[in-house]
Design a protein around this ligand. Structure first.
Ligand SMILES: Nc1ncnc2c1ncn2[C@@H]1O[C@H](COP(=O)(O)OP(=O)(O)OP(=O)(O)O)[C@@H](O)[C@H]1O
Ligand SMILES: [Mg+2]
Length: 346
């Protein structure tokens, strides 16, 4: 355990972060435990330089000539599975370019479209440590900015945001539209040309933003269905120069062969089953986007479904455990989901 936080497993390697995205990691653990024999991750087959070339980001060096100190190097993720880009998009390039020119950007899209995944993937590709804050959790200002411990004012501990200011890397603010207003207001000076933060808790110490300190915020679109979201504070919104809208790999009749391969590789089902799963998922997502269903399944949900099938379950029974319940508690909606799924598996 380092002074910066606890160890968190990501695939076979270990990364550390204080406020790691809970669901993302839990999902990985659950999946891993369910079927240890199945190879869950697409092993990195391409070298880093090949990937930089593939995404067209070789020219955007985000820390030219600078090596991050040993103390934060293990916050740089490793062995993150490759991010599969939806047809006609290059989110990786859009994000890296936004960081290069503007130092910060915002990702917006429905749950499960891979926002958290891509941030880790980019951090690994560009060699940047990640400082993650889940704004939906009741994280205190102490955790974010710091505090004195013990008696008196001798022992100060930096919070996550201050650690990022001093050390650089990516500050990843997940579920940013759930952030408390007072925290958003304190972040404003660091996100504009002032580039510093005033630590009122520590005799107004001024902490400057590290020259290689980047910010990525992500969120679900503001709507009643995502409980707890609110329209993003206008001052904060203005400071994000680039907004990238995320969408599903497959939706409706538009089926991504890469998503089929992804499901196949991570679960072990055959191509025909993976295709049916993705087709059913794409239809459910279409109906979700039309407003007919309350949720559209993520690739992670489809993977869970596929893993149960690979383990020997009947596809409809497996869907019952993985997809039907995830979509809604409402029995009528559940019945509608079953009908859609049967259409692809009968
Ligand atoms: N394009 C993709 N390529 C590879 N894996 C993907 C992709 N999109 C999603 N996934 C997988 O789907 C699951 C959900 O992705 P992730 O948690 O990144 O979504 P998210 O957009 O951050 O969702 P939320 O808004 O709920 O936080 C993960 O297991 C992730 O690896
Ligand atoms: Mg996320």
């Amino acid at each position: 355990m380092s002074k910066h936080g606890s160890k968190v497993a990501y695939g076979s390697h270990q990364i550390r972060s204080q406020c790691i995205a809970r669901r993302y990691v839990e999902e990985r653990f659950r999946t891993k435990l369910k079927n240890a024999k199945i190879n869950l991750f697409i092993r990195r087959t391409k070298s880093k330089s090949e990937l930089l070339k593939k995404y067209g980001i070789e020219k955007y060096d985000l820390h030219p000539g600078y090596e991050f100190p040993e103390s934060v190097r293990d916050l740089i993720p490793s062995n993150v599975p490759e991010y599969i880009t939806p047809p006609g998009k290059n989110y990786v390039k859009q994000i890296v370019r936004a960081l290069y020119y503007f130092k910060q950007c915002a990702l917006i899209g429905p749950s499960g479209t891979g926002k958290t995944h891509i941030v880790y993937f980019i951090a690994e590709l560009t060699g940047l440590p990640i400082w993650e804050v889940n704004c939906g959790l009741q994280t205190s200002t102490y955790d974010l900015f710091g505090r004195y411990i013990g008696l008196g004012k001798e022992n100060w501990i930096d919070g996550q945001i201050i650690l990022w200011c001093r050390n650089g890397g990516i500050l990843y603010l997940d579920e940013a539209n759930m952030m408390k207003q007072d925290i958003a207001a304190r972040l404003n000076p660091i996100l504009d040309t002032r580039g510093h933060i005033v630590l009122t808790e520590k005799d107004n110490e001024i902490v400057k933003r590290h020259p290689y300190g980047y910010v990525i915020i992500s969120m679900n679109p503001f709507s009643s269905e995502f409980a707890g979201t609110k329209p993003l504070n206008a001052a904060f919104r203005r400071r994000m120069s680039v907004w990238i809208n995320f969408s599903y790999l497959s939706i409706g009749n538009q089926i991504s062969p890469e998503e089929i391969k992804l499901i196949q590789k991570r679960s072990g089902v055959d191509e025909d089953t993976a295709t049916r799963i993705v087709r059913a998922g794409a239809e459910l997502r279409r109906q979700y986007q039309m407003g007919d269903l309350p949720y559209g399944p993520s690739p992670g949900d489809l993977m869970n479904w596929a893993i149960l099938i690979a383990d020997g379950s009947d596809p409809l029974e497996a869907a019952e455990e993985s997809i039907v319940g995830t979509t809604s508690d409402d029995v009528e909606i559940q019945e509608a989901v079953r009908r859609i799924i049967k259409g692809f598996f009968s």
